[in-house]
Design a protein. Structure first.
Length: 336
């Protein structure tokens, strides 16, 4: 009777375990009715009384330790196996795969692209310029004097004295006219910056401005171009009107209104019960602006217009708070 041999056999069997199936096999081979411990216990009858007592005690002690170790391993392997089975039971391979969420164009981008598409189809080219401008290009070249309210620190972001974040894309018009002779027919889309922040204004927003300079350009040309644009973007039945206004860089000047898209002209909170919504500003280029870029106002004339892209998008999509565009809420943005 060699207890050390039995102990070594138990150690080898247990150390060879790798899977839950291995554990069940070893448990049966060691502790089963025909297992190793049963065989050793059966051989005790061949020994005398004193040897039976000594070896029987050692075998039973080793058997008890083996049972404890196998129970611990069984709990460990069973937990692992249960987790695997639970994971597999949650997978239904017959179900279709999950479709990943795909991004969409932002409503401002969509509006930008539609505006650009309409004007390029009318023969306008796209021009761009820097977001940071000297005061000359942002104000002085556009006939905006030094005492104009727009040049106040409370209305404009100053990078340093004499340098501002552009408040409109009009500087692109000046730079374009400085670099080429008439005819000029451009739109200038881009970001602009003003010290405003409420439900209808943000410190950064987007504009598209347009400029056409050539011989014998008339106000009726401006009305024709803008009428086409408005009917393209809001629908052929959209009423519009030109209302006299004032801008330092155009003369005469006009605001363009459309029939309220919310109440269809009946009067509501959005249009302040007037039935009309202001959509953009426009006018004939001021002669002084033409002189500032080296053009002769006796030889050429032109018109200009400008619109806020967010304003167009809000009216087009029925949005009542401009800040929604910048909250990055996927529930809001996925609607467009």
């Amino acid at each position: 009777m060699n207890i050390d041999e039995l102990r070594n056999k138990v150690e080898r069997e247990i150390s060879s375990l790798k899977t839950f199936e291995d554990l069940k096999r070893v448990k049966a081979s060691l502790l089963g009715r025909k297992g190793v411990f049963s065989e050793y216990l059966d051989t005790l009858k061949l020994l005398d009384k004193d040897q039976k007592r000594i070896f029987g005690k050692e075998i039973n002690s080793l058997k008890a330790l083996t049972e404890v170790r196998l129970q611990e391993l069984e709990a460990l392997y069973f937990d692992d196996e249960k987790r695997k089975q639970d994971t597999l039971s949650r997978i239904d391979i017959t179900m279709p795969g999950k479709v990943p969420i795909l991004g969409k164009k932002h409503p401002i981008t969509q509006t930008f692209e539609e505006i650009i598409r309409i004007f390029t189809s009318l023969g306008f080219s796209v021009a761009e310029g820097p977001d940071i401008e000297p005061e000359y290009y942002n104000f002085e070249a556009l006939n905006i004097p030094k005492d104009h309210p727009a040049r106040d620190m409370q209305d404009t972001f100053y990078v340093k004295p004499g340098i501002v974040l552009r408040t409109h894309t009009s500087p692109v018009q000046i730079r374009t006219m400085e670099s080429q002779l008439p005819p000029v027919k451009i739109i200038a889309p881009g970001s602009v910056y003003r010290c405003d922040n409420d439900i209808s204004h943000t410190p950064m927003f987007h504009q598209v401005e347009g400029l056409l300079v050539d011989k014998r350009v008339r106000f009726s040309d401006l009305k024709g171009i803008l009428s086409i644009f408005i009917h393209e973007i809001f629908g052929a039945n959209t009423p519009l009107r030109f209302r006299p206004s004032y801008f330092p860089f155009t003369e005469p000047s006009a605001e363009v209104d459309i029939g309220c898209v919310i109440c269809e002209g009946d009067g509501c909170r959005v249009c302040k019960e007037t039935g009309w919504l202001e959509i953009l500003g426009s006018g004939m280029v001021h002669p002084q602006v033409l002189r500032n870029v080296g053009y002769d106002p006796e030889e050429v004339t032109g018109f200009a217009f400008g619109m806020g892209v967010e304003r167009i998008a809000m009216l087009k999509f029925g949005i009542d708070d401009i800040r929604q565009f910048y909250y990055n809420d996927i529930r809001f943005l996925s609607q467009f």
